[in-house]
Design a protein. Structure first.
Length: 268
Protein backbone atom coordinates (compact mmCIF):
# COMPACT_ATOMS: atom_id res chain seq x y z
CA UNK A 1 0.00 0.00 0.00
CA UNK A 2 1.51 3.29 -1.03
CA UNK A 3 0.07 6.75 -1.37
CA UNK A 4 -2.14 9.52 -2.66
CA UNK A 5 -1.44 11.33 -5.96
CA UNK A 6 -0.04 14.65 -4.77
CA UNK A 7 3.69 15.09 -5.32
CA UNK A 8 6.32 13.86 -7.75
CA UNK A 9 6.81 12.93 -11.38
CA UNK A 10 3.73 11.91 -13.38
CA UNK A 11 5.61 9.93 -16.04
CA UNK A 12 5.61 6.13 -16.33
CA UNK A 13 8.20 4.07 -14.52
CA UNK A 14 9.45 0.67 -15.64
CA UNK A 15 12.39 -0.03 -13.31
CA UNK A 16 15.75 -1.16 -14.69
CA UNK A 17 19.37 -0.47 -13.90
CA UNK A 18 19.96 2.37 -11.46
CA UNK A 19 23.73 1.82 -11.31
CA UNK A 20 26.26 -0.95 -11.86
CA UNK A 21 25.37 -2.33 -8.43
CA UNK A 22 21.69 -1.50 -8.08
CA UNK A 23 18.70 -2.54 -10.19
CA UNK A 24 14.93 -2.36 -9.85
CA UNK A 25 12.81 -5.30 -11.02
CA UNK A 26 9.32 -3.86 -11.30
CA UNK A 27 6.58 -6.19 -10.10
CA UNK A 28 3.50 -6.70 -12.30
CA UNK A 29 1.04 -5.30 -9.78
CA UNK A 30 0.17 -1.76 -10.90
CA UNK A 31 -2.80 -0.04 -9.34
CA UNK A 32 -4.09 3.10 -7.64
CA UNK A 33 -2.13 2.33 -4.46
CA UNK A 34 0.93 0.64 -6.00
CA UNK A 35 1.47 3.12 -8.86
CA UNK A 36 3.43 1.33 -11.64
CA UNK A 37 3.94 -1.68 -9.36
CA UNK A 38 6.19 -2.62 -6.46
CA UNK A 39 9.89 -1.86 -6.83
CA UNK A 40 11.95 -4.93 -5.96
CA UNK A 41 15.47 -3.62 -5.42
CA UNK A 42 18.48 -5.81 -6.17
CA UNK A 43 21.71 -4.69 -4.46
CA UNK A 44 24.60 -6.54 -6.05
CA UNK A 45 27.93 -7.14 -4.38
CA UNK A 46 31.21 -7.71 -6.14
CA UNK A 47 31.07 -11.51 -6.37
CA UNK A 48 27.81 -12.28 -8.22
CA UNK A 49 25.73 -12.20 -5.04
CA UNK A 50 23.02 -9.81 -3.97
CA UNK A 51 20.64 -8.50 -1.34
CA UNK A 52 17.00 -8.33 -2.45
CA UNK A 53 14.77 -5.69 -0.88
CA UNK A 54 10.99 -6.21 -1.03
CA UNK A 55 10.33 -9.27 -3.23
CA UNK A 56 6.85 -7.95 -3.97
CA UNK A 57 3.86 -10.18 -4.80
CA UNK A 58 3.98 -13.96 -4.92
CA UNK A 59 4.36 -14.02 -8.69
CA UNK A 60 6.65 -16.75 -10.00
CA UNK A 61 7.65 -14.96 -13.20
CA UNK A 62 8.55 -11.84 -11.24
CA UNK A 63 10.58 -13.76 -8.68
CA UNK A 64 12.44 -15.59 -11.44
CA UNK A 65 13.29 -12.20 -12.98
CA UNK A 66 14.57 -11.11 -9.56
CA UNK A 67 16.86 -14.12 -9.23
CA UNK A 68 18.12 -13.59 -12.77
CA UNK A 69 19.04 -10.00 -11.94
CA UNK A 70 20.54 -10.96 -8.59
CA UNK A 71 22.67 -14.02 -9.24
CA UNK A 72 23.08 -15.61 -5.82
CA UNK A 73 20.60 -14.10 -3.36
CA UNK A 74 22.30 -13.80 0.04
CA UNK A 75 19.68 -11.87 2.01
CA UNK A 76 16.03 -10.86 1.57
CA UNK A 77 15.09 -7.66 3.41
CA UNK A 78 11.60 -6.22 3.92
CA UNK A 79 10.81 -2.55 4.38
CA UNK A 80 7.47 -3.57 5.94
CA UNK A 81 4.94 -6.36 5.95
CA UNK A 82 2.30 -5.09 3.49
CA UNK A 83 1.54 -7.82 0.97
CA UNK A 84 2.56 -5.81 -2.10
CA UNK A 85 6.10 -5.75 -0.66
CA UNK A 86 6.35 -8.97 1.33
CA UNK A 87 3.98 -11.58 -0.10
CA UNK A 88 6.65 -13.14 -2.35
CA UNK A 89 9.25 -13.44 0.41
CA UNK A 90 8.47 -17.02 1.38
CA UNK A 91 8.59 -18.29 -2.20
CA UNK A 92 11.85 -16.42 -2.87
CA UNK A 93 13.25 -17.92 0.34
CA UNK A 94 12.26 -21.38 -0.91
CA UNK A 95 13.78 -20.70 -4.35
CA UNK A 96 17.11 -19.39 -3.06
CA UNK A 97 17.59 -20.50 0.54
CA UNK A 98 18.25 -16.86 1.52
CA UNK A 99 16.87 -15.85 4.88
CA UNK A 100 14.11 -13.24 5.07
CA UNK A 101 14.78 -10.43 7.52
CA UNK A 102 12.33 -7.82 8.78
CA UNK A 103 11.51 -5.79 11.85
CA UNK A 104 8.31 -7.79 12.40
CA UNK A 105 9.39 -11.24 13.67
CA UNK A 106 6.34 -12.79 12.01
CA UNK A 107 7.89 -11.96 8.62
CA UNK A 108 11.35 -13.38 9.41
CA UNK A 109 12.35 -16.72 7.87
CA UNK A 110 15.52 -18.75 8.33
CA UNK A 111 17.40 -16.43 10.67
CA UNK A 112 17.37 -13.33 12.81
CA UNK A 113 15.27 -10.25 12.21
CA UNK A 114 16.32 -6.64 11.79
CA UNK A 115 16.77 -3.79 14.25
CA UNK A 116 17.60 -0.13 13.80
CA UNK A 117 21.36 0.27 13.51
CA UNK A 118 22.00 -3.18 12.05
CA UNK A 119 24.39 -3.37 9.11
CA UNK A 120 23.73 -6.07 6.51
CA UNK A 121 26.68 -6.88 4.27
CA UNK A 122 27.02 -8.50 0.86
CA UNK A 123 30.63 -8.76 -0.30
CA UNK A 124 31.81 -5.13 -0.35
CA UNK A 125 28.35 -3.56 0.05
CA UNK A 126 26.91 -2.39 3.39
CA UNK A 127 23.22 -1.77 4.00
CA UNK A 128 22.43 0.24 7.13
CA UNK A 129 19.03 -0.37 8.73
CA UNK A 130 17.06 2.77 9.67
CA UNK A 131 13.83 2.63 11.67
CA UNK A 132 11.24 4.80 9.93
CA UNK A 133 7.86 4.05 11.56
CA UNK A 134 4.81 5.99 10.51
CA UNK A 135 3.43 4.51 7.29
CA UNK A 136 3.30 1.35 9.40
CA UNK A 137 4.76 0.60 12.81
CA UNK A 138 7.25 -1.85 11.29
CA UNK A 139 8.53 0.37 8.46
CA UNK A 140 12.27 0.37 7.80
CA UNK A 141 14.49 2.23 5.35
CA UNK A 142 17.89 1.05 4.12
CA UNK A 143 20.87 3.35 3.63
CA UNK A 144 23.51 2.16 1.15
CA UNK A 145 26.44 4.58 1.64
CA UNK A 146 28.52 3.22 -1.25
CA UNK A 147 25.66 4.10 -3.62
CA UNK A 148 24.77 7.39 -1.87
CA UNK A 149 21.23 6.02 -1.80
CA UNK A 150 18.45 5.41 0.72
CA UNK A 151 15.75 2.83 0.04
CA UNK A 152 12.56 4.20 1.56
CA UNK A 153 9.85 1.58 1.05
CA UNK A 154 6.51 3.38 1.38
CA UNK A 155 7.85 6.13 3.66
CA UNK A 156 8.71 8.21 0.59
CA UNK A 157 7.33 7.42 -2.88
CA UNK A 158 8.49 8.27 -6.37
CA UNK A 159 5.09 9.84 -7.02
CA UNK A 160 2.45 10.91 -4.56
CA UNK A 161 2.66 11.01 -0.80
CA UNK A 162 2.55 8.02 1.51
CA UNK A 163 -0.53 6.89 3.37
CA UNK A 164 -0.23 6.88 7.14
CA UNK A 165 -1.99 3.55 7.58
CA UNK A 166 -3.83 4.31 10.83
CA UNK A 167 -4.12 2.83 13.43
CA UNK A 168 -0.92 0.82 12.84
CA UNK A 169 0.60 3.86 11.19
CA UNK A 170 0.87 7.04 13.25
CA UNK A 171 1.53 10.61 12.12
CA UNK A 172 3.82 11.63 14.99
CA UNK A 173 6.33 8.83 14.30
CA UNK A 174 5.97 9.46 10.55
CA UNK A 175 6.95 13.12 10.89
CA UNK A 176 9.89 12.12 13.08
CA UNK A 177 10.95 9.54 10.48
CA UNK A 178 10.88 12.11 7.67
CA UNK A 179 13.01 14.47 9.77
CA UNK A 180 15.46 11.68 10.61
CA UNK A 181 15.76 10.69 6.95
CA UNK A 182 16.34 14.32 6.00
CA UNK A 183 19.14 14.59 8.54
CA UNK A 184 20.73 11.33 7.37
CA UNK A 185 20.48 12.38 3.73
CA UNK A 186 22.06 15.75 4.47
CA UNK A 187 24.91 14.44 6.62
CA UNK A 188 25.71 11.52 4.30
CA UNK A 189 25.28 13.61 1.13
CA UNK A 190 22.88 11.03 -0.27
CA UNK A 191 22.20 11.54 -3.97
CA UNK A 192 19.08 9.40 -4.44
CA UNK A 193 16.02 8.06 -2.69
CA UNK A 194 14.99 4.65 -4.05
CA UNK A 195 11.28 4.27 -3.20
CA UNK A 196 9.02 1.26 -2.92
CA UNK A 197 6.85 2.54 -5.77
CA UNK A 198 7.55 4.94 -8.60
CA UNK A 199 10.76 6.43 -10.01
CA UNK A 200 13.99 7.17 -8.21
CA UNK A 201 14.29 10.61 -6.67
CA UNK A 202 17.39 12.82 -6.86
CA UNK A 203 17.93 15.64 -4.34
CA UNK A 204 16.78 13.72 -1.25
CA UNK A 205 16.94 16.72 1.09
CA UNK A 206 14.65 18.74 -1.17
CA UNK A 207 12.23 15.83 -1.54
CA UNK A 208 12.06 15.31 2.22
CA UNK A 209 11.58 19.02 2.80
CA UNK A 210 8.67 18.88 0.33
CA UNK A 211 7.17 15.94 2.21
CA UNK A 212 7.40 17.74 5.54
CA UNK A 213 5.92 20.91 4.05
CA UNK A 214 3.08 18.92 2.52
CA UNK A 215 2.27 17.24 5.84
CA UNK A 216 2.21 20.57 7.65
CA UNK A 217 -0.14 21.97 5.00
CA UNK A 218 -2.44 18.93 5.26
CA UNK A 219 -2.57 19.34 9.04
CA UNK A 220 -3.53 22.98 8.61
CA UNK A 221 -6.28 21.99 6.16
CA UNK A 222 -7.62 19.33 8.55
CA UNK A 223 -7.61 21.85 11.41
CA UNK A 224 -9.41 24.41 9.24
CA UNK A 225 -12.02 21.83 8.24
CA UNK A 226 -12.59 20.98 11.91
CA UNK A 227 -12.87 24.66 12.80
CA UNK A 228 -15.42 25.13 10.00
CA UNK A 229 -17.71 22.49 11.51
CA UNK A 230 -16.57 19.12 10.09
CA UNK A 231 -16.81 16.65 12.97
CA UNK A 232 -15.98 13.26 11.48
CA UNK A 233 -12.99 12.00 9.46
CA UNK A 234 -15.43 11.29 6.61
CA UNK A 235 -16.57 14.91 6.60
CA UNK A 236 -12.97 16.13 6.66
CA UNK A 237 -12.02 13.88 3.72
CA UNK A 238 -14.86 15.41 1.73
CA UNK A 239 -13.30 18.85 2.25
CA UNK A 240 -9.54 18.26 2.34
CA UNK A 241 -9.35 15.45 -0.23
CA UNK A 242 -12.27 16.58 -2.39
CA UNK A 243 -10.31 15.99 -5.60
CA UNK A 244 -8.96 12.54 -4.66
CA UNK A 245 -10.14 9.75 -7.00
CA UNK A 246 -12.76 7.44 -5.52
CA UNK A 247 -10.30 4.53 -5.78
CA UNK A 248 -8.06 6.07 -3.10
CA UNK A 249 -10.64 7.72 -0.84
CA UNK A 250 -10.33 4.92 1.70
CA UNK A 251 -6.59 5.66 1.92
CA UNK A 252 -7.31 9.36 2.37
CA UNK A 253 -9.61 8.37 5.23
CA UNK A 254 -6.80 6.42 6.94
CA UNK A 255 -4.43 9.39 6.70
CA UNK A 256 -7.16 11.75 7.89
CA UNK A 257 -7.83 9.57 10.95
CA UNK A 258 -4.11 9.68 11.69
CA UNK A 259 -4.07 13.46 11.34
CA UNK A 260 -7.10 13.94 13.56
CA UNK A 261 -5.58 11.70 16.23
CA UNK A 262 -2.29 13.61 16.02
CA UNK A 263 -4.06 16.95 16.46
CA UNK A 264 -5.93 15.59 19.48
CA UNK A 265 -2.68 14.37 21.02
CA UNK A 266 -1.15 17.82 20.43
CA UNK A 267 -4.17 19.49 22.05
CA UNK A 268 -5.25 21.31 18.90
Amino acid sequence: MSGLPVLGSSGPWSGGEHSVNVACVLAPNPGPMTLDGTNTWVLRGAVASAIVVDPGPDDLAHLRAVTEAAGTVREILLTHAHADHAEGAQRLHEMTGARVRALDPRETLGGEGLRAGDVVTCADMEVHVVATPGHTADSLSFHVPSEAAILTGDTVLGRGTAVVAWPDGQLGPYLASLSALRERAAVSEAAFLLPGHGPTLPEPVRVLDDYLTHRRERLRQVQDAWNSGARTPEDIVGIVYADAPESVRWAALLSTRAQVEYLREMGS
